[in-house]
Ligand binder design. Structure first.
Ligand code: ITT
Length: 195
């Protein structure tokens, strides 16, 4: 079975994609390959950061690898917090970062926003990118206690609930991350050696 590293330490994300890919690939996490380094994400875009992570593994471990980077882009804030989503306020605290977003959106009528994920796959020395986007609006007041990050203030278009009011299964059906993952999976399945 071919091995493919997912540059994450989130075991849940890795198991989810393993179950979808079945026996065509064996997914390994950073822990599985003994990589304990916090790979620097110093790029200026989701694309650059995803590529930094996947190529780090390819260079240091000589293994095919994919990595993802995600965030929230708010139109009225010039697409902030963007690549700084995890530490918008300067610290990695979901509640404080969400409060800062709401504060900067006070009195703003254009509430349009989108979540975006970019996956970089480094396979056989070649990089391929997969993107997933979901459009929506920023609520005035948070609602729901599911999920993480900015979920309580993000209402996807076509729904009247926030991501944080959806079950994980429901969110995973429509999310930016799910869309990008499905594109990666279709690509890998199409490429897989039929033997
Ligand atoms: P890893 O890189 O270790 O996977 P991370 O927290 O940096 O963890 P992401 O790059 O996927 O994960 O996302 C960066 C930030 O963007 C994340 O901390 C959240 O603040 C926000 N974000 C991304 N996806 C989100 C989602 O589905 N719901 C809410 N917030 C999200």
């Amino acid at each position: 079975m071919k091995e493919l590293v997912f540059a994450t330490n989130n075991k849940y994300k890795a198991e989810e994609i393993q179950s979808i890919l079945g026996s065509q690939y064996k997914i390994l996490t950073l822990t599985d390959i003994g990589c304990t380094v916090d790979i620097p994400e110093t790029g200026n875009s989701f694309e650059e950061n995803a590529i930094l992570k996947s190529s780090y593994v390819t260079e240091h471990y000589q293994q095919d690898c994919f990595a993802d980077d995600s965030g929230l882009e708010i139109e009225a804030l010039n697409n902030e917090p963007g690549i700084y989503s995890a530490r918008y306020s300067g610290i990695k605290d979901d509640r404080i970062n969400l409060e800062l977003v709401l504060q900067r959106m006070e009195g703003v009528t254009n509430r349009k926003a989108r979540f975006k994920t970019v996956i970089s796959l480094m396979k056989n020395g070649k990089n391929t990118l997969f993107e997933g986007v979901i459009e929506g609006t920023i609520r005035q007041v948070p609602a729901g206690d599911q999920g993480f990050g900015y979920d309580p203030v993000f209402e996807p278009f076509g729904y009247n609930v926030t991501f944080a009011q959806m079950s994980m299964t429901e969110k995973n059906r429509i999310s930016h991350r799910a869309i990008a993952m499905q594109k990666l999976i279709a690509f890998l399945k199409g490429q897989a050696d039929p033997s």
